[in-house]
Design a protein around this ligand. Structure first.
Ligand code: 1HN
Length: 349
């Protein structure tokens, strides 16, 4: 309610109670308890063809060492100044150049990396490194030491860009943020590359493995494997009218999500696909891996091309179309909504 719609005696009374740290619920009740979600976040898209050059320019503006993390934060235009894509989720494009190191640290915010462009850089998580390729999905769970690096040009290094997804705004609402730096730039390598994938990534678990936390014991989900699964299912005739062929990433030890606060998905839309409309109370960030198409999010319609990032806020109807065979990666706050019994979905038409 706007203050100027309020009669003078009431306004004087409101000013008086404000001095005692109170406000009239009857003026804000409707906004506090909406009939259905009224997201401040807006449907939005970042066209990679437009932002790529700016991401690359960051490489000459600041070093990874000085920046700690050289990232251009994607800010939802409906949430200005909040470093947020959605009320709970952050996203940013990170650049690491050949020969650079992003120093080791840890924090209670969980992070995911979705590799957009370039290959050969590595990230280390709790003593193990993994090499990045476009389309790989890598996790940095809460409170795990993590550092990134890229081989020198002589060693074949090339610029690598990835999309960072973190639960920063959620952890902010909860006032549960802790962070510390590792005493050295990189953490010691304790296990050879591929060790956790061998233990947990082949539909098997170490025989005496016990689950001690909800976080996935594999931290890299290679694109080649996800892409092949989607392709096989499509050839086998799997095609949902809303989702195309859509799989969720899984913690192989629990069947749950890879991390407790963020859900991740990959889906295939065949050329000519015209999806039905869907909405849900999780807010979703999409990153286009392959192909061209269009998405309708509420009143907005965006065409999408490889590496574009777009956002669908809570409860806004979403409809996907593919002009050529398309692959979309996405992440959302679904596990949080589901854990609190607040997840609602509607397959519309
Ligand atoms: C972070 O640790 C990374 O490790 C990226 O690459 C983005 C944004 C805010 C806070 C921590 C990373 C981040 C971040």
């Amino acid at each position: 309610m706007s203050a100027n719609a309020v009669a003078p005696e009431r306004a004087a009374y409101y000013a008086q109670i404000a001095r005692s740290g109170m406000s009239p619920l009857w003026e804000s009740l409707h906004a506090l308890v909406p009939k259905s979600p009224r997201p401040q976040a807006l449907p939005a898209i970042w066209k990679y063809a437009q932002v790529r050059e700016l991401v690359m320019q960051a490489g000459s503006v600041i070093s990874a060492e000085e920046a700690i993390r050289r990232v251009l934060v994607l800010e939802n235009p409906g949430l200005p100044g909040k470093s947020s894509l959605t009320p709970n989720l952050y996203g940013g494009l990170q650049l690491i150049l050949p020969g650079e190191i992003a120093p080791s640290h840890r924090h209670t915010q969980s992070a995911l990396r979705f590799i957009v462009e370039g290959k050969g850089a590595w990230t280390a998580v709790n003593g193990e490194r993994t090499t990045m390729h476009p389309g790989d999905f890598i996790i940095t769970p809460s409170w795990t030491w993590h550092d990134h690096g890229n081989p020198s040009v002589e060693e074949g290094g090339e610029p690598v860009v990835w999309l960072d997804g973190l639960d920063i705004p959620l952890i902010g609402h909860l006032d549960a943020g802790f962070a510390e730096n590792y005493p050295e730039a990189t953490q010691p390598v304790a296990r050879p590359e591929g060790d956790s994938y061998a233990r947990f990534g082949h539909n098997m678990l170490p025989v005496r493995h016990t689950v001690s936390d909800p976080t996935s014991p594999i931290f890299s989900y290679p694109y080649a494997r996800s892409r092949e699964a989607l392709d096989t299912l499509y050839r086998n005739g799997e095609l949902d009218d809303w989702d195309g062929v859509k799989l969720r990433y899984v913690n192989p030890a629990t069947g749950g999500w890879p991390m407790p606060t963020m859900a991740t998905f990959m889906q295939f839309l065949p050329a000519g696909f015209k999806g039905k409309t869907y909405r849900s109370t999780d807010s979703t960030v999409y990153c286009v891996v392959e192909g061209h198409g269009a998405v309708r999010i509420g009143e907005e319609r965006f065409t999408f091309d490889p590496h574009d990032v777009f956002v669908a806020p809570s409860w806004v109807p979403v409809q996907l179309e593919a002009q050529s065979d398309a692959v979309l990666f996405s992440y959302s706050d679904r596990p949080v909504l589901a854990a609190l019994n607040l997840l609602r979905e509607e397959r519309i038409s």
